[in-house]
Design a protein around this ligand. Structure first.
Ligand code: AAO
Length: 464
């Protein structure tokens, strides 16, 4: 019988960490659009302190869109070209604080500043001086008052309850919207009362995507749930649950367990394998182990929970090391479309990981397009292997162990031969053949022999 299922472009984002605007524009046209990404999350576009570390971006000196990642004109041009390629732009908005510098300085775009003085923008009275800890720094995350009125690592903490501060921040976001962005990551949202963030974004046009960074912390009073009333939140629990099975081969099946504890509702959740903080911190599966990273991304992209955000940064051994720059201090543009050796066995420090071009990742976006909103069915465990079906649309299976593993997964996919998108990538079906491995569904089952540390994914659009 013939089955016609139209793929629907999935809501999948990608974080392109510390990539200049001109390069992101190129990526949109050459890799992100063609591989089916719906949106790209940029690094912060604001004027920042002048330092080599990547985290200079997170210390705003003004709300001018002028940084070592590019000028205002380059930012605007990027948004236009990305939109043209079908890729929306989400900007990282650093609005909880300004700099953490105790000595006065001059920002990237020439603005003079002091720790609590940003001429023409904010003055001392616009900042919290919490008086709750010796140096006004947050020490105790179980204290709501400290987290929201003291300083995060000495960063001058804006009094976001103040109407004039709110208005200034809203104006900054409106300026970015005028350049065409579709929404914002709200950096350090946990450190602003949810009501304050709500007030800041309330004047923005309906449909503006608000993505709050609220790291779920055990025993902390401030939870991501407080921030879902006006947008989405990054659900850190997802990655924390995703990775232990990759190391111990014991998969908890969310369909069996009935729910996902400590997860916001799926519609509110942004999920990721890692991000720029966790790859320097708690994440155990990163670009450094491409086989496991592919497995983790495959499971995330095959899942029916949340909006996935793929991560693409650069290799590093020093957690502070910034992306490579030209002699003028601007971050060097790199085109992933020109990189052929992806994923690399070993990346030199500073090399872009170009995860958006990994064939397995592009293939899994295609899988997700065909999976649509079909439910995830109860999974199957076989030794160190695990797999599940998106009902009638596709089957994914992974083997995290060191031996080949056979797994048999019951499926309602029509009988036939299917082309694997993990080994074959996107558009793997060619002239009645398949660029990757093929697997056969018969009598309502697919039997898959999985090599050590591999994933396989077949979908209804890849039936030969
Ligand atoms: C730099 C220097 C500092 C210096 C400062 C000022 O490193 O020494 O004092 O400049 O001059 C980035 C860098 C920082 C950098 C900063 C400013 O990472 O190194 O400081 O720019 O340039 C908390 C926040 C969260 C934040 C995270 C880093 O809640 O919002 O810290 N993330 C964002 C950005 C990040 C950026 C900033 C915010 C600032 O993504 O890149 O910093 O704009 C617990 C809490 C979390 C808390 C973490 C870390 O998490 O729950 O809220 O995040 O601790 O303190 C387990 C637990 C979990 C715990 C986690 C820790 O999983 O379950 O609760 O471990 O990993």
């Amino acid at each position: 019988e013939s089955v016609e299922v139209e793929p629907a472009p999935p809501d999948v984002g990608i974080q392109l960490f510390q990539l200049p605007w001109t390069a992101i524009a190129d990526e949109c046209e050459t890799t992100l659009g063609p591989n089916g990404f719906a949106w790209v999350l940029t690094s912060p576009p604001n004027e920042h302190i002048v330092r080599d570390e990547w985290w200079a971006s997170y210390q705003p000196v003004s709300h001018a869109i002028d940084s070592r990642l590019g000028s205002r004109e380059e930012f605007a041009d990027m948004v236009e070209r990305c939109d043209g390629a079908g890729v929306a732009v989400i900007a990282d908005a650093v609005v909880n604080h300004m700099t953490g510098q105790d000595t006065p300085g001059t920002g990237w775009a020439g603005s003079a500043y002091e720790h609590y003085e940003y001429p023409g923008l904010y003055t001392d009275a616009d900042f919290h001086h919490c008086g709750l800890t010796a140096d006004d720094d947050i020490q105790d995350y179980t204290s709501r008052e400290q987290v929201q009125t003291c300083e995060l690592v000495n960063l001058a903490d804006l009094d976001t309850a103040s109407p004039s501060v709110q208005a200034t921040i809203t104006a900054y976001l409106e300026d970015l919207l005028a350049l065409g962005v579709a929404g914002f990551r709200i950096d350090a949202a946990k450190h602003m009362a949810a009501d304050d963030v709500a007030a800041i974004v309330a004047p923005l046009p309906a449909g503006t995507r608000i993505m709050s960074e609220v790291i779920r912390g055990g025993g902390e009073p401030i939870t991501p749930e407080e921030y879902v009333g006006f947008g989405e939140v990054f659900e850190f629990t997802y990655a924390r649950d995703l990775t232990p099975p990759l190391q111990n081969g014991v998969f908890n099946d969310p369909e069996l367990d009935g729910d996902r504890p400590l997860h916001v509702p799926s519609d509110s959740a942004l999920v990721f394998v890692d991000n720029h903080d966790t790859e320097r911190g708690e994440a155990r599966v990163t670009y450094r182990d491409a086989a496991m990273y592919i497995i983790a991304n495959a499971l995330m992209l095959a899942d029916d929970y949340g909006t996935p955000v793929v991560y693409s940064g650069y290799a590093f051994s020093d957690r502070d090391a910034g992306a490579p720059t030209d002699s003028d201090g601007r971050v060097t543009p790199v085109s992933c479309a020109l990189e052929t050796d992806v994923p690399a066995d070993d990346y030199d420090d500073g090399a872009r990981t170009c995860v958006q071009t990994w064939p397995a990742v592009a293939g899994m976006l295609e899988f997700r397009a065909f999976a649509g909103d079909a439910p995830r069915l109860e999974g199957v465990d076989a030794g160190d292997a695990y797999g599940f079906e998106r009902e009638g649309r596709g089957v994914v299976a992974v083997n995290v162990g060191s031996e080949t593993q056979r797994i048999e997964i019951p499926t309602s996919l029509p009988s036939g031969k299917y082309c694997d998108v993990v080994s074959g990538g996107r558009d793997a079906v060619v002239d009645d053949g398949c660029r990757g491995e093929t697997y056969t569904v018969s009598d309502g089952t697919v039997r898959i022999d999985l090599a050590p540390q591999t994933a396989v994914a077949i979908h209804i659009g890849g039936r030969l």
